[in-house]
Every structure is written in structure tokens, then in C-alpha cells.
Design a protein around this ligand. Structure first.
Ligand SMILES: [Fe+2]
Ligand SMILES: [Fe+2]
Length: 149
């Protein structure tokens, strides 16, 4: 069921790399779980649980992307890492303050997450894949091995 704030996976979100797309699909799923839950009156504790699960998955995903960007010698790696770092800092603060009296409203958190992911995937993530295709089109990647490194 689609509700007001859910994000639909479309080609516009694909960066053209199925290994990375798969992880983005998972992130969008977790985001939609939050959006859907909120419109159905999920309680704060349940919201916090999904939020924290989504945060953990983000860490896992960022690590994968950073390994990949390093492998393809992406020149913007440091700037991209900074974006991940800023997200981690911001969302870990949202998590930590979630039950405090001055916590951010779940709707505001949701809007931030939706905008951040859509924007980051379509702009920053797409750029490293374009770089890979332009500069290392023949590079064959052992994804299993890369994820283990
Ligand atoms: Fe990503
Ligand atoms: Fe990224």
C-alpha cells in the first residue's frame, strides 16, 4: 500500500549498478516502513526501532560504497565520505535524542530521510558510477570479495 510519504523505486533512483541498487532498494524499503507506519499511527518505540535498523543498514551500505569508490580510484571519494559522515552524525543524534523532551518530530525526521536519500542517490551516488563507466569500463569486480575486505 502506498501512502502519502512513501518513496517509489523507479529508474530515476537507479545508478546503473545492480549491486548498489539492491542496497538502495533495501534502504527505500526501510524508509517506506517508517512512512507507512507513521501514517498508521506507529508508536514512538516502534518508530525508533525501525529508524535504528535503517541507521545500521546505512552504515553497512556506506562502507560498501566507500570500498567500491576506493577500488575504482574515484577522485571525489573524500568529499563523498564527508556526505556519509554528516548523515551518520545527524541521524545518530536524532536516534540518541529520540526519547528526550526536545526530540525532533517523527514527521520531520521522515522528511529529512526522504530528501537526503533521494538527493544523495541521484546526485552523489550516480556520479561515482558514471566515473566508473567512463574510466574503468572493463574493470571486473568480484563483489563478494570486495564486500568482505
Ligand atoms: Fe548509496
Ligand atoms: Fe553514497
Amino acid at each position: 500500500m502506498e501512502s502519502g510519504n512513501t518513496l517509489r523505486w523507479t529508474d530515476a533512483l537507479s545508478i546503473g549498478n545492480p549491486h548498489i541498487d539492491k542496497e538502495h532498494v533495501r534502504i527505500i524499503e526501510l524508509y517506506n516502513k517508517l512512512a507507512d507506519g507513521l501514517s498508521k499511527g506507529l508508536d514512538r518505540r516502534q518508530f525508533a526501532e525501525i529508524l535504528s535498523g535503517m541507521f545500521d543498514y546505512s552504515l553497512f551500505h556506506f562502507k560498501h560504497e566507500e570500498l567500491y569508490m576506493k577500488l575504482i580510484e574515484y577522485p571525489e571519494l573524500d568529499a563523498h565520505k564527508e556526505q556519509h559522515k554528516a548523515y551518520i552524525l545527524h541521524v545518530s543524534q536524532l536516534n540518541a535524542n529520540f526519547f528526550s523532551p526536545d526530540s525532533t518530530e517523527p514527521e520531520v525526521i521522515l522528511t529529512f530521510l526522504g530528501n537526503w536519500w533521494r538527493n544523495h542517490i541521484q546526485k552523489a551516488d550516480k556520479q561515482y558510477e558514471l566515473y566508473k563507466q567512463a574510466h574503468h569500463p572493463e574493470m571486473d569486480i568480484d563483489w563478494e570479495l570486495l564486500w568482505l575486505s
